[in-house]
Design a binder for this molecule. Structure first.
Ligand code: PLP
Length: 415
């Protein structure tokens, strides 16, 4: 009875579902038999080499999360009280927390309405004598404007940190995400493309930070140098923490990383199918789909669209939930959160951030989505159509990609 109840309350299509994609179990067994469960063994090395190759060759250290990698980045940039770090408010809490933990101040700047990434033209105006770094968050995997942010950082002597949590395998002008910043942080949380449950990596492109990064990750000790025979004993040399994952996590991650291109291809095909299915709804002005981000090639991390109001978005989420489909929104903008008000500052208007966070909804996207995509699309079309008849009196949708037809009657082939 209990089981039946559970079956009925189970979503038909969850927002995310982690999958085995290859050799995970085999490698975990192997890691156990190798007899080293602590970090920095064979599988850690394998992961670090693969990530480095995927990200343009920067030295790579895997961590237990992207949060940990961002915290390492904040230590490596020597952030402290009085320092300011420019970042979007439209991001996950860890981007700001890493800075606040050092006693420094996150400064929130608005996002670009096309890419939903930090708006470089607004970043320029937010720079003060206290600014030390810029964090570029590659929203939905797109490293939008990263060249301009790198240029601004260079001109002003600031560090550039890429929060590339969502961006493994994406590109800007043919260069991979993670190759632009002094530092880049990646996530392998189970909601990302390549996963290990919890997991992350720090890519270090600034060679002056490499030695210290290794020390910070190993509790502030020079243990790694000791194991390489470079020092004859190891000791406490700097601040640090335990930022490294064990070998079982690394074994799982190694199996995922070796099929990263296949994971990305599959997600990109889901992304394309969603774009095709919902483009008629964009044509009639009901939703705004992800737009072509200049110079970027995405990695299929996320599919979202923007609706015309928060009320319509809420109705959509509830009606999809009633059909057993998970379509969550995010982010509650950090400038409006209690800790954001306490620890951070805002520069200029955050109008785009507010509007996007009120109206954005995400659709299920995972490796084994398979033919369930048809269930999602059919349900979403039904919900969108049933809410279309009610006439719209609010403001126009944000930046429609194509001209909105003047008449509500649109030609919808195949739907
Ligand atoms: C997922 C995510 C993080 C945090 O990643 P964890 O590995 O869960 O710590 C940080 N920033 C962004 C933009 C994310 O999407």
């Amino acid at each position: 009875m209990l089981l039946l109840e559970r079956l009925f309350s189970m979503p038909k299509v969850p927002f995310n579902k982690p999958s085995l994609v290859g050799n995970e179990i085999k490698y975990i067994r192997d890691a156990v038999s190798l007899g080293q469960l602590a970090g920095d063994g064979t599988y850690t090395e394998r992961c670090q080499n693969t990530i480095s190759q995927l990200c343009g060759g920067g030295k790579t250290l895997i961590t237990h999360s992207c949060t940990a990698a961002l915290e390492m980045a904040a230590i490596l940039c020597d952030l402290g009280p009085g320092d300011e770090v420019i970042m979007p408010s439209f991001t996950f809490v860890s981007t700001a927390n890493a800075v606040a933990l050092r006693g420094a101040t996150p400064v929130f700047v608005d996002i670009d309405p096309v890419s939903l990434c930090l708006d470089p033209s607004k970043v320029r105006h937010a720079i003060t004598s206290q600014t030390r770094a810029i964090v570029a968050v590659h929203y939905a995997g797109f490293p939008a404007g990263v060249d301009q942010l790198a240029k601004i950082a260079k001109e002003h002597g600031l560090f550039l940190i890429e929060d590339a949590a969502q961006a493994l395998g994406s590109q800007f002008q043919g260069r991979p995400s993670g190759s632009f910043g002094d530092l880049a942080a990646f996530s392998f949380h189970e909601t990302k493309n390549v996963i290990s449950g919890e997991g992350g990596a720090l890519v270090i492109n600034n060679p002056t930070m490499w030695e210290r990064a290794e020390i910070i990750r190993e509790k502030g000790t020079n243990r790694s140098q000791f194991f390489r025979g470079q020092v004859d004993k190891y000791t406490w040399v700097d601040i640090g923490s335990s930022f490294l994952p064990g070998e079982l996590i690394a074994a799982y991650l190694a199996a995922q990383l070796e099929v990263e291109p296949a994971i990305r291809a599959r997600r990109l095909s889901v992304f394309d199918a969603y774009q095709d299915a919902f483009s008629p709804f964009e044509d009639r002005g009901q939703v705004v789909l992800p737009q072509d981000v200049p110079d970027c090639i995405g990695n299929g991390h996320m599919f979202y669209f923007l609706m015309r109001s928060q009320t319509e978005r809420q109705t959509f989420i509830l009606e999809m939930k009633a059909r057993g489909i998970g379509t969550p929104f995010h982010y509650v903008p950090l400038h409006s959160a209690p800790a954001g008000r306490r620890y951070a500052k805002t520069h200029g208007s955050l109008a785009v951030t507010n509007r996007v966070s009120d109206t954005l909804v995400r659709l299920p996207m995972f490796y084994d989505l398979g033919s369930d995509i048809e269930t999602v699309i059919a349900a979403a079309i039904e919900v969108l159509d049933s809410n279309w008849s009610s006439s719209w009196t609010g403001s126009a949708p944000l930046m429609p990609r194509k001209p909105v037809p003047s008449s509500a009657s649109v030609n919808r082939p195949g739907l």
